[in-house]
Design a protein around this ligand. Structure first.
Ligand code: SAM
Length: 247
């Protein structure tokens, strides 16, 4: 059927794409990509030959109009981002709104997402959680945002850049306390996948002891304060796993 297809792509492991996503990418008239070169690697891997056009932060609005005109003419168009689910800390939202306003069907093709993947492996509560995307790059604003979350009670999920993760954890320790339970997921689904879990101060010690901090990170904060008894009885354990299975 004609329409706009929001296609999730892998976040690191090329196998993390659904059969349906591949079929949709095969069958659309064209693929609007955050970065055409990045998506081309995926298309080449699966031997999919399709016209691509760029659709990113800086041309989102003008491209949306163009795409809606093509959709109104009956085309099937896929939107993909560099990795994961389009529209989640990535372009996609504008064209979805424009398509809906024009009465065009919009179909999600679900798949990988870094936030949900990190959450389910975090050990933190999944009952109620809040996704915040990236925190502000400046410490002052970052702390203000963190302070607004202290009494919120949900698990908090953030994306963070490798060069800022230590600073951000320091702000988390300052605002929530050194013992606050956090989880840090690095390179999820990739070769050097790692999950650090424990009090924020211990995660900081581990990262600061490293020569370099690389990769992609999802940071999660517990919505609950540290369990006092557990904190006093024994040093909280930090599970670090490098799971090469299935990679
Ligand atoms: N749309 C994507 C999704 O569905 O997850 C997110 C795009 S956002 C621009 C990129 C950020 O997501 C990275 O800076 C990092 O914080 C996080 N991320 C993406 N892939 C990841 C991975 N494999 N492991 C850990 N974090 C990841």
């Amino acid at each position: 059927a004609p329409g706009l297809y929001l296609v999730a792509t892998p976040i690191g492991n090329l196998e993390d794409i659904t059969l349906r996503a591949l079929r949709v990418l095969q069958s659309v008239d064209r693929i609007a990509c955050e970065d055409t070169r990045q998506t081309q690697k995926l298309l080449n891997h699966y031997q999919i030959q399709k016209p691509t056009i760029s659709y990113h932060q800086h041309n989102e609005r003008s491209r949306s109009d163009e795409l809606v005109i093509a959709l109104q003419a009956g085309q099937r168009i896929a939107i993909v981002s560099d990795a994961g689910t389009p529209g989640i800390a990535d372009p996609g939202v504008e064209v979805v709104a424009a398509a809906i306003a024009a009465g065009i069907p919009v179909y999600p093709i679900p798949g990988a997402n870094a936030a949900i993947s990190a959450l389910i492996a975090s050990g933190l509560s999944t009952e109620s959680f809040t996704f915040h995307g990236f925190l502000p790059p400046k410490s002052g604003q970052r702390r203000t945002q963190l302070e607004s979350l202290v009494l919120d009670g949900t698990t908090h999920i953030f994306y963070e850049a490798p060069h800022r993760i230590v600073e951000t954890l320091e702000d988390v320790a300052a605002v929530f306390g050194a013992q606050h339970p956090v989880a840090l997921a690095r390179e999820v689904t990739k070769l050097h996948e790692e999950h650090l879990r424990g009090p924020v101060s211990e995660i900081l010690d581990i990262l600061k002891a490293r020569d370099s901090i690389r990769g992609e990170f999802v940071l999660l904060l517990s919505g609950e304060p540290p369990a006092e008894e557990a904190a006093q009885a024994a040093p909280a354990s930090i599970a670090s796993t490098v799971d090469a299975l299935m990679k």
